[in-house]
Design a protein around this ligand. Structure first.
Ligand code: AVI
Length: 332
Protein backbone atom coordinates (compact mmCIF):
# COMPACT_ATOMS: atom_id res chain seq x y z
CA UNK A 1 0.00 0.00 0.00
CA UNK A 2 1.35 3.39 -0.90
CA UNK A 3 -0.92 5.57 1.23
CA UNK A 4 -2.53 8.77 -0.03
CA UNK A 5 -2.89 12.26 1.26
CA UNK A 6 -5.69 12.59 3.83
CA UNK A 7 -7.23 15.94 4.51
CA UNK A 8 -9.72 16.71 7.25
CA UNK A 9 -11.34 20.05 6.65
CA UNK A 10 -13.34 21.76 9.36
CA UNK A 11 -15.33 24.89 8.70
CA UNK A 12 -13.98 28.04 10.41
CA UNK A 13 -15.77 28.82 13.67
CA UNK A 14 -17.41 25.39 13.52
CA UNK A 15 -16.91 24.94 17.24
CA UNK A 16 -18.67 28.14 18.33
CA UNK A 17 -21.48 27.55 15.89
CA UNK A 18 -21.76 23.98 17.13
CA UNK A 19 -22.00 25.05 20.80
CA UNK A 20 -24.66 27.62 19.97
CA UNK A 21 -26.62 25.03 18.01
CA UNK A 22 -26.29 22.55 20.88
CA UNK A 23 -27.50 25.14 23.41
CA UNK A 24 -30.50 26.03 21.23
CA UNK A 25 -31.38 22.37 20.70
CA UNK A 26 -31.15 21.65 24.45
CA UNK A 27 -33.29 24.70 25.29
CA UNK A 28 -35.92 23.65 22.77
CA UNK A 29 -35.88 19.91 23.54
CA UNK A 30 -35.92 20.14 27.33
CA UNK A 31 -38.81 22.62 27.23
CA UNK A 32 -41.03 20.15 25.32
CA UNK A 33 -43.44 17.57 26.66
CA UNK A 34 -42.16 14.88 26.76
CA UNK A 35 -38.66 16.28 27.25
CA UNK A 36 -36.29 15.28 24.47
CA UNK A 37 -32.79 15.84 23.11
CA UNK A 38 -31.65 15.50 19.48
CA UNK A 39 -29.88 12.22 18.85
CA UNK A 40 -26.98 13.74 16.96
CA UNK A 41 -25.56 15.19 20.19
CA UNK A 42 -24.82 11.68 21.48
CA UNK A 43 -21.69 11.77 19.30
CA UNK A 44 -19.02 13.85 20.98
CA UNK A 45 -15.60 12.24 21.11
CA UNK A 46 -16.45 9.95 24.06
CA UNK A 47 -19.90 9.23 22.60
CA UNK A 48 -18.34 8.19 19.28
CA UNK A 49 -15.88 5.92 21.10
CA UNK A 50 -18.74 4.37 23.10
CA UNK A 51 -20.70 3.85 19.90
CA UNK A 52 -17.69 2.07 18.34
CA UNK A 53 -17.67 -0.16 21.46
CA UNK A 54 -21.42 -0.86 21.03
CA UNK A 55 -20.65 -2.06 17.50
CA UNK A 56 -18.39 -4.75 18.99
CA UNK A 57 -20.96 -6.04 21.48
CA UNK A 58 -22.27 -9.54 20.83
CA UNK A 59 -25.86 -8.30 21.20
CA UNK A 60 -25.57 -5.43 18.68
CA UNK A 61 -25.37 -7.24 15.35
CA UNK A 62 -25.88 -4.42 12.83
CA UNK A 63 -22.20 -3.66 12.28
CA UNK A 64 -21.05 -7.25 11.87
CA UNK A 65 -24.01 -8.21 9.68
CA UNK A 66 -23.36 -5.26 7.39
CA UNK A 67 -19.60 -5.90 7.29
CA UNK A 68 -20.30 -9.48 6.24
CA UNK A 69 -22.51 -8.32 3.37
CA UNK A 70 -20.02 -5.62 2.32
CA UNK A 71 -17.12 -8.00 2.18
CA UNK A 72 -19.09 -10.75 0.41
CA UNK A 73 -20.64 -8.42 -2.18
CA UNK A 74 -18.21 -5.49 -2.29
CA UNK A 75 -16.81 -6.33 -5.71
CA UNK A 76 -20.31 -6.33 -7.23
CA UNK A 77 -21.22 -3.12 -5.42
CA UNK A 78 -18.10 -1.23 -6.51
CA UNK A 79 -18.34 -2.48 -10.07
CA UNK A 80 -22.09 -1.95 -10.48
CA UNK A 81 -21.99 1.35 -12.33
CA UNK A 82 -18.38 1.89 -12.40
CA UNK A 83 -15.89 2.00 -11.50
CA UNK A 84 -17.00 4.79 -9.19
CA UNK A 85 -14.70 7.82 -9.16
CA UNK A 86 -15.99 9.07 -5.86
CA UNK A 87 -17.53 7.66 -2.69
CA UNK A 88 -19.31 10.00 -0.27
CA UNK A 89 -20.14 8.53 3.12
CA UNK A 90 -22.73 10.19 5.33
CA UNK A 91 -22.00 9.29 8.96
CA UNK A 92 -18.65 7.65 8.30
CA UNK A 93 -17.81 7.19 11.99
CA UNK A 94 -14.31 5.74 12.33
CA UNK A 95 -14.25 4.58 8.67
CA UNK A 96 -14.60 0.86 9.41
CA UNK A 97 -17.55 0.27 7.07
CA UNK A 98 -15.82 1.96 4.15
CA UNK A 99 -12.57 0.12 4.87
CA UNK A 100 -14.45 -3.18 4.63
CA UNK A 101 -15.85 -2.16 1.25
CA UNK A 102 -12.50 -0.88 -0.05
CA UNK A 103 -10.79 -4.12 0.91
CA UNK A 104 -12.76 -5.75 -1.94
CA UNK A 105 -11.37 -3.31 -4.54
CA UNK A 106 -9.16 -5.00 -7.13
CA UNK A 107 -5.44 -4.23 -7.20
CA UNK A 108 -4.62 -1.38 -9.59
CA UNK A 109 -8.16 0.03 -9.44
CA UNK A 110 -8.78 3.57 -10.74
CA UNK A 111 -8.16 6.49 -8.35
CA UNK A 112 -10.95 7.17 -5.93
CA UNK A 113 -11.89 10.24 -3.96
CA UNK A 114 -13.45 9.58 -0.56
CA UNK A 115 -15.56 12.29 1.08
CA UNK A 116 -16.41 11.53 4.67
CA UNK A 117 -19.10 13.43 6.53
CA UNK A 118 -19.55 13.06 10.25
CA UNK A 119 -20.45 15.29 13.21
CA UNK A 120 -17.53 13.95 15.22
CA UNK A 121 -14.06 15.33 14.57
CA UNK A 122 -12.49 12.48 16.52
CA UNK A 123 -14.28 9.92 14.33
CA UNK A 124 -13.15 11.73 11.16
CA UNK A 125 -9.55 11.78 12.30
CA UNK A 126 -9.69 8.05 13.01
CA UNK A 127 -11.34 7.41 9.62
CA UNK A 128 -8.76 9.47 7.71
CA UNK A 129 -5.99 7.58 9.47
CA UNK A 130 -7.53 4.21 8.60
CA UNK A 131 -8.47 4.94 4.98
CA UNK A 132 -5.33 6.74 3.83
CA UNK A 133 -3.61 3.34 3.87
CA UNK A 134 -5.57 2.21 0.78
CA UNK A 135 -3.92 2.61 -2.62
CA UNK A 136 -5.02 5.39 -4.93
CA UNK A 137 -7.47 7.09 -2.61
CA UNK A 138 -7.71 10.76 -1.69
CA UNK A 139 -9.57 11.20 1.60
CA UNK A 140 -11.37 14.39 2.61
CA UNK A 141 -13.15 14.52 5.95
CA UNK A 142 -15.85 17.05 6.63
CA UNK A 143 -17.20 17.78 10.09
CA UNK A 144 -20.86 18.47 9.51
CA UNK A 145 -24.33 17.08 9.91
CA UNK A 146 -25.89 15.37 6.89
CA UNK A 147 -27.71 18.48 5.74
CA UNK A 148 -24.61 20.68 5.55
CA UNK A 149 -22.51 17.79 4.29
CA UNK A 150 -24.83 16.99 1.41
CA UNK A 151 -25.05 20.65 0.43
CA UNK A 152 -21.30 21.06 0.36
CA UNK A 153 -20.06 17.72 -0.82
CA UNK A 154 -22.47 15.39 -2.55
CA UNK A 155 -22.89 17.74 -5.50
CA UNK A 156 -19.19 18.10 -6.27
CA UNK A 157 -18.41 15.71 -9.10
CA UNK A 158 -14.90 14.61 -9.95
CA UNK A 159 -15.62 14.70 -13.66
CA UNK A 160 -14.04 11.26 -13.86
CA UNK A 161 -17.00 8.96 -13.31
CA UNK A 162 -20.04 8.18 -11.22
CA UNK A 163 -20.40 8.72 -7.48
CA UNK A 164 -21.58 6.28 -4.84
CA UNK A 165 -23.19 7.67 -1.70
CA UNK A 166 -23.06 5.44 1.37
CA UNK A 167 -25.62 5.64 4.15
CA UNK A 168 -24.74 2.59 6.19
CA UNK A 169 -25.03 1.15 9.68
CA UNK A 170 -28.81 1.76 9.70
CA UNK A 171 -28.05 5.44 10.32
CA UNK A 172 -31.29 6.08 8.41
CA UNK A 173 -33.09 4.42 11.34
CA UNK A 174 -32.43 7.46 13.51
CA UNK A 175 -34.69 9.58 11.26
CA UNK A 176 -38.48 9.68 11.60
CA UNK A 177 -40.17 8.29 8.43
CA UNK A 178 -40.98 11.66 6.82
CA UNK A 179 -37.48 12.95 7.59
CA UNK A 180 -35.97 9.76 6.18
CA UNK A 181 -37.74 10.29 2.83
CA UNK A 182 -36.76 13.96 2.88
CA UNK A 183 -33.15 12.90 3.45
CA UNK A 184 -33.32 10.48 0.50
CA UNK A 185 -34.61 13.29 -1.71
CA UNK A 186 -31.92 15.63 -0.43
CA UNK A 187 -29.25 13.07 -1.29
CA UNK A 188 -30.84 12.41 -4.69
CA UNK A 189 -31.05 16.09 -5.72
CA UNK A 190 -27.38 16.77 -6.61
CA UNK A 191 -26.80 13.31 -8.12
CA UNK A 192 -26.75 12.57 -11.82
CA UNK A 193 -27.48 9.50 -13.89
CA UNK A 194 -25.15 6.60 -13.07
CA UNK A 195 -24.73 7.80 -9.49
CA UNK A 196 -25.98 5.46 -6.80
CA UNK A 197 -26.83 5.08 -3.12
CA UNK A 198 -25.93 2.12 -0.93
CA UNK A 199 -28.29 1.99 2.03
CA UNK A 200 -27.91 -0.28 5.07
CA UNK A 201 -31.07 -0.77 7.15
CA UNK A 202 -31.84 -2.88 10.20
CA UNK A 203 -34.94 -5.07 9.91
CA UNK A 204 -37.66 -5.87 12.43
CA UNK A 205 -36.68 -8.79 14.67
CA UNK A 206 -37.86 -10.34 17.93
CA UNK A 207 -38.33 -7.85 20.75
CA UNK A 208 -36.02 -9.78 23.09
CA UNK A 209 -33.14 -9.41 20.59
CA UNK A 210 -33.80 -5.68 20.21
CA UNK A 211 -33.89 -5.12 23.96
CA UNK A 212 -30.52 -6.85 24.37
CA UNK A 213 -29.07 -4.78 21.52
CA UNK A 214 -30.24 -1.47 23.01
CA UNK A 215 -29.86 -2.27 26.72
CA UNK A 216 -26.84 -4.52 26.76
CA UNK A 217 -25.75 -6.45 29.84
CA UNK A 218 -22.36 -4.67 29.90
CA UNK A 219 -24.00 -1.26 30.21
CA UNK A 220 -22.15 0.23 27.23
CA UNK A 221 -25.35 1.54 25.62
CA UNK A 222 -26.36 3.00 28.99
CA UNK A 223 -23.01 4.82 29.17
CA UNK A 224 -23.45 6.03 25.56
CA UNK A 225 -26.86 7.45 26.46
CA UNK A 226 -25.86 8.96 29.83
CA UNK A 227 -22.79 10.58 28.23
CA UNK A 228 -25.20 13.12 26.78
CA UNK A 229 -25.67 14.43 30.34
CA UNK A 230 -21.89 14.55 30.79
CA UNK A 231 -21.64 16.51 27.55
CA UNK A 232 -24.30 19.02 28.62
CA UNK A 233 -22.48 19.51 31.92
CA UNK A 234 -19.13 20.07 30.21
CA UNK A 235 -20.14 22.14 27.20
CA UNK A 236 -23.14 24.05 28.52
CA UNK A 237 -22.25 24.34 32.23
CA UNK A 238 -25.07 21.98 33.28
CA UNK A 239 -25.34 20.40 36.72
CA UNK A 240 -27.00 17.08 35.86
CA UNK A 241 -26.31 14.50 38.56
CA UNK A 242 -25.42 11.80 36.04
CA UNK A 243 -25.72 8.97 38.57
CA UNK A 244 -29.37 9.80 39.19
CA UNK A 245 -30.45 9.08 35.62
CA UNK A 246 -30.88 5.56 34.32
CA UNK A 247 -30.94 4.29 30.77
CA UNK A 248 -34.20 2.85 29.44
CA UNK A 249 -34.74 1.19 26.04
CA UNK A 250 -38.23 0.21 24.87
CA UNK A 251 -39.66 -1.35 21.73
CA UNK A 252 -42.57 0.60 20.26
CA UNK A 253 -44.27 -1.89 17.91
CA UNK A 254 -46.84 0.59 16.59
CA UNK A 255 -44.09 2.89 15.33
CA UNK A 256 -41.69 -0.01 14.58
CA UNK A 257 -38.85 1.60 16.53
CA UNK A 258 -36.60 1.24 19.53
CA UNK A 259 -36.71 4.27 21.82
CA UNK A 260 -34.02 5.35 24.28
CA UNK A 261 -34.67 7.46 27.35
CA UNK A 262 -32.81 8.87 30.35
CA UNK A 263 -35.04 8.46 33.38
CA UNK A 264 -34.60 10.52 36.54
CA UNK A 265 -34.47 8.28 39.62
CA UNK A 266 -35.44 11.17 41.93
CA UNK A 267 -37.21 14.50 41.85
CA UNK A 268 -34.54 17.13 41.30
CA UNK A 269 -33.75 20.61 40.04
CA UNK A 270 -31.41 20.82 37.03
CA UNK A 271 -29.76 23.91 35.59
CA UNK A 272 -28.10 24.23 32.17
CA UNK A 273 -27.04 27.90 32.15
CA UNK A 274 -25.81 28.19 28.54
CA UNK A 275 -29.18 26.82 27.36
CA UNK A 276 -31.20 28.98 29.78
CA UNK A 277 -32.63 25.87 31.46
CA UNK A 278 -33.64 25.75 35.13
CA UNK A 279 -36.10 22.88 35.44
CA UNK A 280 -37.68 20.61 37.99
CA UNK A 281 -37.63 17.01 36.87
CA UNK A 282 -39.81 14.47 38.66
CA UNK A 283 -38.83 11.01 39.83
CA UNK A 284 -39.56 8.65 36.92
CA UNK A 285 -39.71 11.46 34.36
CA UNK A 286 -37.93 10.60 31.12
CA UNK A 287 -35.86 12.53 28.58
CA UNK A 288 -36.23 10.96 25.12
CA UNK A 289 -32.85 10.74 23.37
CA UNK A 290 -33.19 8.42 20.37
CA UNK A 291 -35.51 6.60 17.98
CA UNK A 292 -34.10 3.70 16.01
CA UNK A 293 -36.55 2.51 13.36
CA UNK A 294 -36.62 -1.10 12.23
CA UNK A 295 -37.82 -1.83 8.69
CA UNK A 296 -39.33 -4.45 6.48
CA UNK A 297 -37.60 -5.09 3.15
CA UNK A 298 -40.66 -3.64 1.40
CA UNK A 299 -40.54 -0.57 3.63
CA UNK A 300 -36.94 0.11 2.58
CA UNK A 301 -37.87 -0.21 -1.11
CA UNK A 302 -40.77 2.19 -0.66
CA UNK A 303 -38.64 4.74 1.18
CA UNK A 304 -36.00 4.67 -1.57
CA UNK A 305 -38.60 5.02 -4.32
CA UNK A 306 -40.28 7.92 -2.56
CA UNK A 307 -36.85 9.51 -2.29
CA UNK A 308 -36.20 9.35 -6.03
CA UNK A 309 -34.07 6.18 -6.20
CA UNK A 310 -34.58 2.96 -8.12
CA UNK A 311 -33.60 -0.01 -5.92
CA UNK A 312 -31.59 -2.40 -8.11
CA UNK A 313 -30.01 -5.05 -5.91
CA UNK A 314 -30.56 -6.11 -2.32
CA UNK A 315 -28.63 -8.41 -0.03
CA UNK A 316 -30.19 -9.66 3.19
CA UNK A 317 -28.57 -11.20 6.27
CA UNK A 318 -31.50 -13.39 7.28
CA UNK A 319 -30.00 -14.38 10.60
CA UNK A 320 -29.25 -10.90 11.94
CA UNK A 321 -32.16 -9.41 9.94
CA UNK A 322 -30.31 -6.64 8.10
CA UNK A 323 -30.59 -5.44 4.48
CA UNK A 324 -28.18 -3.67 2.18
CA UNK A 325 -29.77 -2.09 -0.92
CA UNK A 326 -27.99 -0.62 -3.94
CA UNK A 327 -30.21 1.95 -5.61
CA UNK A 328 -29.69 4.03 -8.71
CA UNK A 329 -30.45 7.73 -8.87
CA UNK A 330 -33.73 7.86 -10.75
CA UNK A 331 -36.26 10.52 -11.64
CA UNK A 332 -38.69 11.96 -9.10
C1 AVI B 1 -26.05 5.03 14.81
N1 AVI B 1 -27.31 4.33 14.98
C2 AVI B 1 -27.72 3.67 13.76
C3 AVI B 1 -27.35 3.44 16.16
C4 AVI B 1 -28.72 2.73 16.22
O1 AVI B 1 -28.72 1.51 16.28
O2 AVI B 1 -29.74 3.43 16.18
C5 AVI B 1 -27.09 4.20 17.45
C6 AVI B 1 -27.29 3.35 18.68
N2 AVI B 1 -28.09 3.64 19.65
C7 AVI B 1 -28.04 2.70 20.57
N3 AVI B 1 -27.20 1.75 20.17
C8 AVI B 1 -26.70 2.17 18.97
Amino acid sequence: MTGASARVSVRPAARDAAIEGFAAAVRDGLSRTPRQLPTRYLYDSLGSALFEAICRLPWYRITRAEAGLLSRHGTGILGAYGPFARIVELGSGGGGKLATLLATRPAGAAPLRLDLIDVSRAALDAAAQLLRAFDGVDVVGYQADYEAGIGDMVGQGTGRGPALVLLLGSNIGNFDPADAVALMRRIREPLGSGDALLLGADLVKPEADLLLAYDDPLGVTAAFNRNLLVRMNRELGGDFDVASFRHRAVWNPAASRMEMYLVSTRTQQVRVPAAGIDMAIRQGEAIWTENSYKYTVEGVTEMLEQGGFIPRTRWVDEDARFVLTLAEAGGF
